[in-house]
Write a protein that binds this ligand. Structure first.
Ligand code: ADP
Ligand code: MG
Length: 259
C-alpha cells in the first residue's frame, strides 16, 4: 500500500504574478512548502527570489494568484464566504507567523543584543517582559551567543550580528522562517558560523525557505532545492538531483559557475 500523507502544506503559492510598473518579475510561481521542510532557493541575480520572499511576508502585494500560509491567504481573510482585504492589524497578525532574516542584519545600534531580541515581542506585540527575556536567553543559547546578551551590535562581528538577527526573528515564535541571502554581506571567514547556526535550526524541525548562493549548504541542509530563473520555478527536487544532476539547461548553466 502506498503511504498517503495528509499533512497540509504550510505555504501554498499558486500562479503568483508580481509586476513593478511594466516589469513583470514573478510570472506564475507555484510552490508548496511542507511543515518542517527546508527549501533552498537558488537562481541568478534578478530572477525574483527576494521579491517572492517579500510577497510571502506581505512586504509586496501580488497582482494575480495567491499565497496561503498556515491555511490563510496572505493579505485576505474569509468573511461570510467572501475574501476580504485585511486591515493593517490583520496583516501584522499574519506577519507574526513569519520570521525574516535579510542580507543586511540592521540591528538597532543603540540597544543591547537582549533588547534587540525582545523589542518585537514586548514592544510590538505586548508580550510579558519577563517571559520574553527568558525566551531571548534561550534563543541566544540556540545561536551560541549566551555571553553576548548585554553587548551592543558594534561590539560584535558581522557573523555574530547575523546570529543575533536570527534570534530576533525567532523571538516572535514564527511558524515559518525566510532567509534572504543571510551570508552575502559577510566576510568569507564569518559565513561558516551563520550557516552552522542555520543547519542546527534546520535539524530542529523549523520550516525554512533560504535564498542563498551557498551550494554546500543547499546540498547538506536542504530537503528540496528550487531553481528560479526569469520569475518562474525552472526546476526543483532533492539537492542530489537538482545540484548533482540538473535537467534544465538554465540550471546547468547557473550551477556550472560554482564548479
Ligand atoms: P533576486 O532576489 O533574484 O536577485 P529580485 O526579486 O530582487 O531578484 O528582483 C527581480 C527584479 O525585480 C529585478 O529586475 C529588480 O530590479 C526588480 N525589482 C525588485 N524590486 C523592485 C522594486 N521595488 N521596484 C522596481 N523593480 C524592482
Ligand atoms: Mg535578492
Amino acid at each position: 500500500m502506498t503511504a498517503v500523507s495528509n499533512t497540509k502544506p504550510l505555504v501554498q503559492a499558486r500562479n503568483v504574478h508580481k509586476s513593478f510598473d511594466h516589469l513583470e518579475v514573478l510570472k506564475g510561481i507555484d510552490l508548496d512548502i511542507m511543515p518542517g521542510e527546508v527549501v533552498v532557493v537558488l537562481g541568478p541575480s534578478g530572477s525574483g527570489k527576494s521579491t517572492f520572499l517579500r510577497c510571502i511576508n506581505h512586504l509586496e502585494s501580488i497582482q494575480k494568484g495567491y499565497i496561503e500560509v498556515d491555511g490563510e491567504q496572505i493579505g485576505y481573510r474569509v468573511r461570510k464566504d467572501r475574501l476580504e482585504r485585511l486591515s493593517p492589524n490583520g496583516i501584522a497578525r499574519q506577519r507574526r507567523k513569519i520570521g525574516m532574516v535579510f542580507q543586511q542584519f540592521n540591528l538597532y545600534p543603540h540597544m543591547t543584543v537582549l533588547q534587540n531580541i525582545i523589542e518585537a515581542p514586548v514592544g510590538v506585540h505586548g508580550e510579558n517582559r519577563k517571559a520574553a527575556i527568558e525566551n531571548a536567553k534561550q534563543l541566544l543559547q540556540r545561536v551560541g551567543l549566551s555571553e553576548k546578551a548585554d553587548a551592543y551590535p558594534r561590539q560584535l562581528s558581522g557573523g555574530q550580528q547575523q546570529r543575533v538577527a536570527i534570534a530576533r526573528a525567532l523571538a516572535i515564535k514564527p511558524k515559518l522562517m525566510l532567509f534572504d541571502e543571510p551570508t552575502s554581506a559577510l566576510d568569507p571567514e564569518l559565513v561558516g558560523e551563520v550557516l552552522s547556526t542555520m543547519r542546527d535550526l534546520a535539524k530542529q524541525g523549523l520550516t525554512m525557505v533560504v535564498v542563498t548562493h551557498e551550494i554546500g549548504f543547499a546540498r547538506e541542509a536542504a530537503d528540496r532545492v528550487v531553481f528560479m530563473d526569469g520569475g518562474v520555478v525552472v526546476e526543483q527536487g532533492k539537492p542530489e538531483d537538482v545540484i548533482g544532476n540538473p535537467q534544465h539547461p538554465r540550471t546547468q548553466a547557473f550551477l556550472s559557475r560554482f564548479l
